[in-house]
Ligand binder design. Structure first.
Ligand code: SAM
Length: 325
């Protein structure tokens, strides 16, 4: 049985982002400035629940899975989750803050991880600490180079653009990818219930940086079909690439190719939408697979055509750590 999940806007959903835990060990100023506080009472999805969830999305022709959180590497069974996903045919990616990366990354790669995204918001140790609450800049730089040497299919850096905190570091970020085959993507800061004031102070649009990049001879790469909302640029003198994720850009949502599931099995159709639908009841036994697939298909019509960030409406999003960004 192989089905597909497409909507009337012509969007094809083949990419699942699964949060495997809400817990995070960082205190990023724009995400969890007070650190993680336990507020959920139900437990995280177990490995068998995740396996059943993946089976359903595989039937729906999903090919790519990104594991995120919270901080996904805090889950002890992450290698088993990756092995399960990889053996079910998914190309498996991980989004991590990179804490103690070198200790874990070889085992994760051996389990089937092929795409690695690491968050890095500053090229200065002091500012890194100011933004994340952790004095880990130097360790992360070293660990990233070790990860590079392992030969992942792709390593990306996620950098949230922050006015007054890292927007003057553009040259250093470019220098970082000069000799490294890494794609560094600037993500525009997104508003949430928990970061209203921070957003007001530090949000900046990516347009100016794109302009500067182009003036330095960087060229926009043509987009592969269904490649998602990031726009990427290359330069012949640089091994790495630069990308931008600009949720306020025109047609941003037209490129949407993903669905999200929280660490408790709630399907979130739009990051900045309202509410979610629980899939958990369908994950309790192998016999519910067909029903689960049907339920996901029938729920897709609730996915909005677009978010409403331009109207200042971020839905009921409290913090991106619940859905993994
Ligand atoms: N702990 C992991 C990490 O740090 O990459 C995964 C979870 S984190 C929520 C995923 C991504 O979301 C990170 O790259 C983070 O910088 C980004 N993020 C979190 N809150 C954000 C916000 N308000 N605006 C833009 N990006 C955000």
């Amino acid at each position: 049985m192989s089905l597909a999940l497409n909507d009337p806007q012509g969007r094809q959903f083949r990419y699942l982002r699964l949060s495997v835990t809400d817990v995070c060990n960082y205190r990023c100023a724009y995400c969890l400035p007070q650190g993680y506080k336990k507020c959920q009472t139900s437990p995280e999805l177990t490995l068998s629940e995740i396996a059943r969830l993946l089976r359903a999305f595989s039937v729906l022709s999903f090919k790519k899975l990104r594991l995120t959180g919270g901080e996904p590497t805090l889950r002890d069974d992450l290698p088993e989750i990756i092995r399960e996903a990889s053996s079910s045919g998914f190309q498996v990616g991980l989004t991590t803050n990179g804490y103690r990366l070198a200790q874990k990354v070889r085992r994760l790669k051996e389990s089937g991880l092929s795409l690695l995204n690491v968050s890095l918001d500053s090229m200065s140790p002091q500012r890194f600490k100011m933004v994340t609450g952790k004095d880990e800049f130097t360790n992360l730089q070293r660990d990233l180079d070790e990860a590079l040497a392992l030969g992942f299919d792709r390593i990306k850096i996620n950098t949230v653009l922050l006015k007054g905190l890292n927007d003057d570091e553009f040259p250093q970020f470019l220098e970082y990818v000069k000799q490294r085959p890494i794609t560094l993507r600037f993500i525009e800061l997104m508003p949430t219930e928990q970061n209203k004031e921070f957003f007001h102070q530090h949000h900046t649009r990516s347009d100016l940086f794109v302009k500067e990049l182009k003036s330095l001879g960087w060229k926009e790469n043509s987009k592969e079909a269904n490649s998602g909302p990031a726009t990427e640029y290359s330069h012949e003198e640089f091994l790495g690439k630069i990308g931008f994720i600009s949720p306020y850009a025109e047609n941003f949502c037209a490129q949407c190719n993903r669905l999200r599931v929280s660490a408790r099995g709630d399907l979130r159709l739009c990051l900045f939408g309202k509410g979610e639908v629980s899939l958990r009841d369908y994950l309790q036994d192998d016999e519910s697979l067909k029903e689960l697939v049907g339920f996901i298909q029938n729920t897709l019509h609730l996915k909005p055509v677009s978010h409403s960030l331009h109207e200042g409406d971020y839905g009921d999003m409290r913090t991106l750590s619940t859905y993994g960004g």
